[in-house]
Design a protein around this ligand. Structure first.
Ligand code: FAD
Ligand code: NAI
Length: 474
């Protein structure tokens, strides 16, 4: 007899596995289906984020940063490193271990919360009066019956037309995380989040990295002041970034040659040992039998949902990268929790105005809320306050004084509208701004709060004070 569940979740990425855990915590009978496997064919829940995204990229960013520090900045601290060498195989194996720990952690959490896990592909197989039949194919083949279905199937890398991924010479995000030898010359198409993070990893390990970006503006979605500072710093680090290019033919031989037109309209070509293509991602809607079930897609090919993540089908929900909104793990998680709570008859809410963004380069870039350019376009009157890490004692002690914190507050009410950081530990500092914005704080509220000394967080307080021209340490 088919197993019956209150909720069947398809996909165990951050959206799906968190939704499954939360639904189980609320007393519902939950199953979660995921098809990701290790090289040995074992289940590897966690989705893109755990297997070929957030987690392995951050492991390599950390390892490569340690290597760069040992080679370049330790000497400044009076630490001499002789005979420094790179064991790339070990570095990659460590990254794989970190991934595996996370896969195992999720399997443990499923067990602990009594979520039944099925390793295989899930698809819609039919509908009864008030329930859905979900077919699992693969290792655990069977048909489940579900009162509610949450689709959390994530996204896949977008290929460049005429240059299919082979993950030998033309690499997607998975290939970019497993290059077995440091390429002498590395090309990157797309100066977005993946391009900058993975470009940084391989530059630190010794590659000569060239990034080709189609848009004329560098990091167009980021506050202009931050984007300009980032461009200057990355250039100084040795990342060659060309914006406003039109990528043409890609020729694969022993190496890869990319023909392109530069921003001045001049024909150029770039020959590299490996090419990372990071030009965005596409929602995973194939193989779900979504058309047969009548699941509606939006104009971007994502599953169409309302503000509460409801699809057009009764009791079918969708969360994460497969629906509208930023493709971020924490956004997927928040939607997963909100949907589980709604199914259980509770309240669920995701505030898109306070979803933080982080680019884990060095310096890190983090922001929440509106940029100056957005507010100008909306005609909102605002004041800004900026404080450089150069004037922060902890940053000086760390030996990492690049960048600044910038607060943007409403001119009349002083309410914080956006916070933009480029600098050390921006990924951690932004949390204070998220809390402030979530609670509707004014810049003055942050300015009045006691921040520990010496800490990088004092730059947050000082930038908030700067909105009212009252910085103390500048
Ligand atoms: P996914 O994580 O993609 O998970 C979907 C899962 O469903 C996968 O396991 C997939 O195999 C499975 N699946 C698909 N179809 C089926 C089916 N029919 N049956 C069964 N299983 C199925 N975000 C951040 O917030 N911070 C970061 O630092 C960050 N770094 C990233 C680095 C890289 C290189 C990449 C590529 C992405 C990064 N992201 C980061 C984005 C983040 O990974 C995604 O936003 C997040 O994984 C989306 O979660 P999800 O649950 O929607 O989908
Ligand atoms: P992206 O959207 O961040 O950047 C893609 C870039 O490629 C853009 O700048 C775009 O203008 C450019 N581009 C598009 N077509 C092009 C072409 N034909 N030639 C040259 N340039 C072209 O996408 P990316 O880097 O692939 O990452 C996908 C998503 O994954 C991100 O948007 C983000 O949501 C998520 N991610 C998040 C991370 C984080 O939170 N730290 C890290 C990595 C990925």
């Amino acid at each position: 007899m088919a197993k019956v569940f209150d909720v069947v979740v398809i996909g165990a990425g951050p959206g799906g596995y968190i939704a499954a855990i939360r639904a189980a915590q609320l007393g519902l009978q939950v199953a979660c289906i995921d098809d990701w496997s290790t090289a040995a064919g074992k289940p590897a829940p966690g989705g893109t984020c755990t297997n070929v995204g957030c987690i392995p990229s951050k492991a390599l960013l950390q390892s490569s940063e340690n290597y760069e520090h040992a080679g370049h900045s330790f000497a400044d601290h009076g630490i001499q490193v002789k005979g420094l060498s790179l064991d790339l195989a070990k570095m990659l194996a460590r990254k794989d271990r970190v991934v595996r720990q996370n896969n195992e952690g999720i399997l443990y959490l499923f067990k602990k919360n009594k979520v039944m896990f099925f390793h295989g592909r899930g698809s819609f197989a039919g509908k009864n009066a008030d329930s859905w039949q979900i077919k699992v194919s693969g290792q655990s083949a069977e048909t489940l019956v579900a009162k509610h279905v949450i689709v959390a199937t994530g996204s896949s890398p977008r290929p460049l037309p005429g240059a299919a991924f082979d993950n030998k010479l033309i690499l997607d995000n998975a290939g970019a995380l497993t290059i077995p030898e440091v390429p002498k010359k590395l090309g990157v198409i797309g100066a977005g989040v993946i391009g900058l993070e993975m470009g940084s990893v391989w530059r630190r390990l010794g590659s000569e990295v060239t990034v080709l970006e189609a848009l004329p503006a560098f990091l167009g979605a980021v506050d202009e002041q931050v984007a300009q500072e980032a461009f200057k710093v990355f250039k100084k680090q040795g990342l060659a970034i060309h914006t406003g290019v039109k990528v043409g033919k890609v020729t694969v031989k022993k190496d890869v040659t990319v023909d392109y037109t530069d921003s001045a309209g001049k024909a150029q070509s770039l020959t590299v040992d490996k090419l990372i293509v990071s030009i965005g991602r596409m929602p995973n809607t194939g193989g779900l039998s979504a058309e047969t079930a009548g699941l509606k897609l939006d104009e971007g090919g994502r599953i169409a949902v309302d503000d509460d993540c409801r699809t057009n089908l009764p009791n079918v929900w969708a969360v994460g990268d497969v629906v509208r909104g930023p493709m971020l793990a924490h956004k997927a998680e928040e939607e997963g929790v909100a949907v589980a709570q709604r199914i259980a008859g509770q309240h669920g809410h995701v505030d898109f105005n306070t979803v933080p963004w982080v680019i884990y380069t060095s310096p890190e870039i983090a922001w929440v809320g509106k940029t100056e350019q957005q507010l100008k376009a909306e005609g909102v009157a605002f004041r800004t306050g900026t404080f450089p890490f150069m004037a922060n004692g902890r940053a000086r002690a760390l030996g990492d004084t690049t960048g600044f914190v910038k607060f943007i507050a409403d001119e009349k009410t002083d309410r914080v509208l956006g916070v933009h950081i480029i600098g050390p530990m921006a990924s951690e500092l932004i949390a204070e701004a998220v809390v402030a914005m979530e609670f509707g704080a004014a810049a003055e509220d942050i300015a009045l709060i006691c921040h520990a000394h010496p800490s990088l967080s004092e730059a947050m307080k000082e930038a908030a004070l700067a909105v009212d021209n009252r910085t103390l340490n500048l």
